[in-house]
Write a protein that binds this ligand. Structure first.
Ligand SMILES: C[S@@+](CC[C@H](N)C(=O)[O-])C[C@H]1O[C@@H](n2cnc3c(N)ncnc32)[C@H](O)[C@@H]1O
Length: 318
């Protein structure tokens, strides 16, 4: 299993740049240390977190049809694979249809890639799994070296929604530039729906999403010697129905200073100043068509769950 991990200097400059910006932020990829990955698995099982159930339903009900569009021989590269629980459903369909494929999960969380690799090798004997640990922005450069078979990229779980529309477009254009004509991209995207349903998915009753958000601060303490006091920060998600974005933040409930011992930085917070931690974009069909058109893909087919909450949209590089 190959690893391209961020250097300490890259991490320091990214985190400190975020926390010293006029609008403080921490990039959302820092959610996923071991604790964060486990918390995310818990989130996927919450009654409020409809996204994972909807995508699993799509794969159960339409997976056979969906994988028939992949052709016979290809390599699956999954960006931000996580625990791969939904991907396993598609792998079963592919094996049933005797497809010739390798599976390459890419994730920034080393534990996630390790666990997924051993789980899939046990669950699907004979399947070739070749995991990569690292930032998918860096891993995209490796795509060309993967061989001559058609590539089918998976980007599931509305992962794309963690980018702003502008960054999504840049990312999709970047992916497109690394593919060859006829390669495929399968995106899982969360759709606009009743705002209350959306907001609850990011603010569940048990407080698991709250813990997931606050774990960012715990991680800064554990790994970078910071002294955040989680009890002085408020988990505050809200949904903007005008632009379709859930914005999650951690709001400092007082004036305070946080020190990073490892790096020697002090970060000052005014009372009620927020750290922006994540966006989760919700889409409609016009936005999806726009992204495909502008990034050099054609939409082959869309697959929905029975509630029309979520879409898996299969794109082909033009
Ligand atoms: C919202 S979870 C989705 C997991 C999975 N795709 C699913 O649908 O269940 C996001 C996943 O992407 C990974 N991730 C986030 N940012 C990443 C980055 N920049 N590079 C690689 N992996 C990343 C996280 O570690 C996590 O496993």
């Amino acid at each position: 299993m190959e690893k391209i991990v961020d250097t300490h200097e890259e991490i320091e400059s990214e985190v400190i740049q975020g926390l010293t910006s006029p609008q403080k932020y921490i990039p959302s990829k820092y959610f996923y240390d071991r604790t964060g990955s486990l918390l995310f698995q818990q989130i996927m099982g919450l009654p409020e977190y409809y996204l994972s159930r909807a995508e699993a339903e799509i794969f159960q009900n339409h997976g056979e049809n969906l994988v028939s569009l992949f052709g016979n021989a290809f390599d699956i590269v999954e960006l931000g694979a996580g625990d791969g629980s939904k991907t396993g459903i598609l792998i079963e369909w592919m094996l049933k249809a005797n497809k010739d494929f390798n599976y390459i999960p890419v994730d920034i969380a080393n534990d996630a890639v390790d666990q997924l690799t051993s789980q899939f090798m046990e669950q699907f004997p004979g399947l070739k799994v070749d995991g990569l640990t690292g930032d998918y922005f860096k891993m995209l450069d490796k795509l060309n070296a993967l061989g001559n078979k058609r590539k089918v990229l998976f980007f599931l779980g509305s992962n794309l929604g963690n980018f702003s529309m502008k960054n999504s477009l840049d990312f999709l254009q970047n992916i497109n530039a690394k593919l060859v004509k006829g390669d495929l991209l399968l995106l899982g995207l969360d759709l606009k729906k009743h705002p209350d349903i959306i907001l609850k998915a990011y603010d569940d009753r048990e407080g698991v999403t709250k813990n997931f958000n606050l774990n960012l601060l715990d991680r800064m303490n554990r790994e970078f010697g910071a002294d955040f006091k989680r009890q002085y920060f408020i988990h505050y998600p809200f949904y903007n129905s005008v632009n379709g974005t859930v914005c999650s933040s951690l709001v400092s409930d007082r004036q305070q200073t946080v020190n990073f011992k490892l790096w020697g930085n002090s970060i000052h917070f005014q009372a009620w100043e927020a750290i922006h931690t994540e966006i989760s974009q919700k889409y409609d069909k016009h936005a999806i068509q726009y992204l495909a058109d502008k990034s050099g893909f054609r939409i082959l087919q869309d697959f929905h769950d029975s509630n029309q909450y979520f879409v898996n949209t299969l794109w082909i590089k033009k």
